[in-house]
Design a protein around this ligand. Structure first.
Ligand SMILES: [Zn+2]
Length: 443
């Protein structure tokens, strides 16, 4: 049962649904393509003005790239929640694949079609309209809210960490609702709170020690690093991996994984090790994986017919508590110990893994209320196989992060005909209303 106060706010959201949809249309009609530097300032100002209208004193904080929008509703409350979103979108091309123009928001069968509708404007506004409706109906929120929106998420958030280091006071809070978040179309909401990390590196062979082809040297070395059952066999590689606790396993096993559809989509008849069910999910969510991106050579030596040097590019999807620097050292030590001291390991870039904490205040305040807003309990993922910068933020701030948002499996984010489900938009706001209340009171 939803409490009386929340019910009043929910009614307000329903009664003003059309206005809120108009606001979303206005946001989607404004191009904000960071990769093409198109409309960024105008979009930032639109977000800033919306934050100001909510009582948050919106300001633009300049960086060497696109500005951050920041604002705060300070109610002198005990707890503060940060709403982190992004106002940039990916490029709309190729135009010819769109059924409606990407920056002319069009509603068809309850979905709003536009570039950026689902990623991330619907989630951003769903949170903002929850604040709006709450304040209009009940006055002060029981918590303080910090609004933070960046304009470079789709180009890798190059200034996010700098911003956080320079503005720790503006991020400091008891929980961060992260951008994005999705739902099985017309099905359960997915609450997720962590990501795998990624570490890229390359191994080079320029001076094969026994006159073999540099390409063979790499192939033999690679063969010692992973076996045909997809187990990584680098010495000591698995020592630091934090195993799932029984509590965490419960969440992993409850996650939905569409085995049949995935097999079909990839044209394969079984997964590696013939895994299925819980074991397959354990692997997906808690085991690192290592991928060869490609093997390259520069030039063929005409006298020997061998490449003069060769290189392999690799990425590893990491899990807690794997550390990129430690891993690079393990790989170097492994190669040396197996006779490959003529190979050179060059580190690339890394994002860190982070497994979320379902017992954090924010996670509990979200999870507890999903069934009331959506009619069924959520799928809770402590970590998703994708990678993003959120772990860096948790590491830098120590603040727990949760994603729950208004995309769904039909949204086609980043693709032509991107769309957002408008009922999901309002339900998301209703969930936020309940979350605000519990975020203030849960012990
Ligand atoms: Zn995106």
């Amino acid at each position: 049962m939803v409490n009386e106060d929340a019910k009043k706010v929910w009614d307000y959201l329903d009664e003003h649904k059309d206005e809120y949809i108009e606001l979303l249309k206005k946001f989607c009609a404004q191009p904000s393509v960071s990769a093409q530097n198109w409309g960024m300032r105008e979009m930032a100002e639109m977000v800033r003005d919306t934050v100001t209208e909510l009582g948050g004193n919106g300001t633009l904080i300049e960086t060497d790239g696109n500005p951050f929008v920041y604002g705060m509703i300070d109610n002198g409350a005990k707890r503060t929640l940060t709403l982190y979103n992004h106002y940039d979108v990916v490029p709309p091309e190729p135009y010819e694949l769109w059924n409606t123009p990407p920056f002319e928001p069009t509603i068809i069968d309850g979905r709003l079609y536009a570039r950026g509708s689902s990623d991330n404007k619907v989630s951003l506004l769903s949170r903002y309209i929850a604040v709006d409706a709450y304040q209009k109906v009940l006055g002060k929120l029981p918590i303080n809210i910090k609004f933070l929106a960046e304009g470079e998420e789709e180009i890798g958030s190059p200034h996010l960490m700098q911003f956080i280091h320079d503005n720790m006071d503006k991020v400091q809070s008891d929980g961060i609702v992260w951008e994005g978040g999705s739902r099985v179309t017309n099905g359960p909401l997915i609450v997720h709170m962590g990501v795998k990390g990624v570490t890229t590196f390359s191994i080079k062979c320029s001076h094969p020690k026994n006159g073999s082809s540099p390409m063979w040297r790499l192939i033999w070395a690679l063969n010692s690093m992973k076996n045909a059952d997809d187990y990584i066999t680098i010495d000591h590689f698995n020592d630091s991996i934090a195993e799932l606790t029984d509590y965490e396993k419960e969440f992993v096993h409850k996650a939905v994984y569409e085995e049949e559809a995935t097999l079909k989509r990839n044209g394969i008849d079984h997964f590696i090790r013939s895994l299925t069910g819980e074991a397959l999910k354990d692997k997906l969510y808690s085991e690192p994986s290592m991928n060869i991106q490609g093997l390259f050579f520069d030039e063929i030596d005409e006298t020997t017919g061998m490449p003069k040097s060769a290189e392999v590019k690799i990425d590893i999807r990491t899990v807690p508590n794997q550390n990129p620097d430690e891993m690079m050292q393990q790989i170097r030590d492994h190669l040396a110990a197996h006779g490959f001291d003529d190979l050179e390991v060059c580190g690339g870039h890394s994002t860190l893994p982070y497994r979320g904490k379902p017992d954090s205040l924010l996670a509990r305040a979200v999870i507890k209320n999903v069934e009331a807003a959506y009619g069924e309990p959520p799928i809770v993922l402590l970590m998703t196989p994708g990678s993003c910068g959120m772990a860096r933020v948790v590491k830098a701030t120590g603040i727990p992060i949760v994603h729950y948002g208004c995309m769904d499996d039909s949204s086609k984010a980043h693709a032509p005909n991107e769309s957002a489900d408008l009922n999901h938009y309002i339900r998301g706001a209703k969930l936020s209303v309940l979350m605000f209340q519990d975020f203030a009171t849960l012990e």
